[in-house]
Design a protein around this ligand. Structure first.
Ligand SMILES: [Ca+2]
Ligand SMILES: [Ca+2]
Length: 106
């Protein structure tokens, strides 16, 4: 892969931060960002939506293969969809993925 996951996350967060207004809570911003990705509004981000949203905000990943690998990294339960929990995990947690279920067990 030609990018690092860390670079991707930094880039994505800064692009999304530009869209957000300061008056909103973190939760509201997160939800808004999720809806931006989930263009058909079914509460899941599929690979096509993922690809389109990243292009729209200007996060450039040159190959579809890399794009798929990244998508897979955040699709923690491997159902080929990114749900809200997985999305928020991607943006707001620096914990390793092995702690995912623990983190969301409440
Ligand atoms: Ca969707
Ligand atoms: Ca998933």
């Amino acid at each position: 892969m030609e990018f690092s996951k860390k670079q991707f996350e930094t880039s994505l967060k800064s692009k999304l931060a530009q869209k957000a207004s300061a008056a909103q809570s973190e939760e509201a911003i997160l939800m808004k960002n999720f809806k931006f990705f989930d263009s058909d509004n079914d509460s899941y981000i599929n690979f096509n939506e993922w690809q389109r949203a990243l292009e729209k905000i200007g996060v450039v990943i040159s190959s579809t293969e890399d794009m798929k690998q990244l998508f897979g990294m955040y699709d923690l339960d491997q159902d080929s969809l990114i749900n809200y929990k997985e999305f928020s995990w991607m943006l707001y947690s620096n914990k390793p993925f092995t702690h995912f279920h623990q983190y969301y067990s409440y």
